[in-house]
Design a protein around this ligand. Structure first.
Ligand SMILES: [Zn+2]
Length: 114
């Protein structure tokens, strides 16, 4: 893979290089796309074509607008994420269902156990 350093910098001030990224949004696999990757913070940036394809697919599947900011509360020693009804309805998640969570670099991924 040829990696070319770009003439502009990342938001963090790091160096950007062309690379290939596995693109996934809302659990939809968009395959391997050309992207700009920061060598400092690992942020990935996509070109307009990829961004618009992602937006179209997300809108088509009516996922647009499901993203929410939620606040973390506390219960004993645990932190609690309250899932909004739009999300639980969309994912068919119910009270007392089991889910699996695991941290990725800067995210917490939630997997439904079927
Ligand atoms: Zn960066």
């Amino acid at each position: 893979m040829i990696e070319e350093i770009l003439p502009y910098k990342c938001r963090c001030g790091g160096t950007l290089k062309w690379s290939q990224c596995a693109v996934e949004f809302y659990g939809i696999d968009f395959g391997i796309r050309k992207c700009e990757v920061c060598t400092s913070c690992s942020s990935e940036y996509f070109d307009d074509k990829t961004t618009s394809e992602i937006e179209q697919e997300v809108k088509k599947r009516k996922l647009f607008g499901l993203e929410r900011n939620i606040s973390i509360t506390k219960s004993g020693n645990s932190l609690v994420m309250r899932l909004p009804p739009e999300i639980t309805k969309f994912t068919n998640l119910h009270y007392k269902d089991n889910i699996r969570i695991f941290p990725t670099s800067k995210h917490i991924e939630v997997q439904l156990i079927l």
